[in-house]
Write a protein that binds this ligand. Structure first.
Ligand SMILES: [Zn+2]
Length: 131
């Protein structure tokens, strides 16, 4: 078993550079995305803008971010809408995306328990730091 399928995409390897410049690069579409390693294996592609706050993936497949730190030191986690990776809010029509106002899963309108989240690596620190 010596099959190596790894591709060195994005790393100039001399001879292939000329061919790469012949096309309009679609890679730029992904310049604002980052691959985050997940505890259960694989990676999750998330917008760079939420990478620092990204904690994992909730049931239903929503990106979960830490909105703020609560008084007890734990994090208040919320899921982001799939349409815009935005938080949700309540409206006359129910829970909607804060950015585009489409209806979304009601679970995005409230906090998400860390225990329900498939975590990223490194796992978020849950114990208080000892000083
Ligand atoms: Zn939206």
């Amino acid at each position: 078993m010596t099959i190596i399928t790894r591709q060195s995409a994005g790393q100039p390897t001399g001879g292939q550079f000329a061919a790469h410049t012949r096309t309009e690069s679609p890679i730029e579409l992904h310049s604002d995305l980052v691959a985050v390693p997940m505890a259960e294996g694989g990676v999750r592609i998330v917008p760079t803008a939420i990478a620092d706050e990204f904690r994992g993936v909730s049931p239903g497949g929503y990106n979960v971010v830490a909105a703020f730190e609560k008084a007890d030191g734990s994090e208040y986690l919320v899921g982001l809408t799939k349409c815009c990776n935005s938080t949700a809010k309540g409206s006359e029509d129910g829970i909607v995306c804060r950015r585009c106002y489409s209806e979304c899963d009601p679970m995005l309108g409230g906090p998400i328990e860390l225990s329900a989240v498939a975590p990223r690596i490194p796992a978020p620190a849950t114990e208080p730091s000892e000083d």
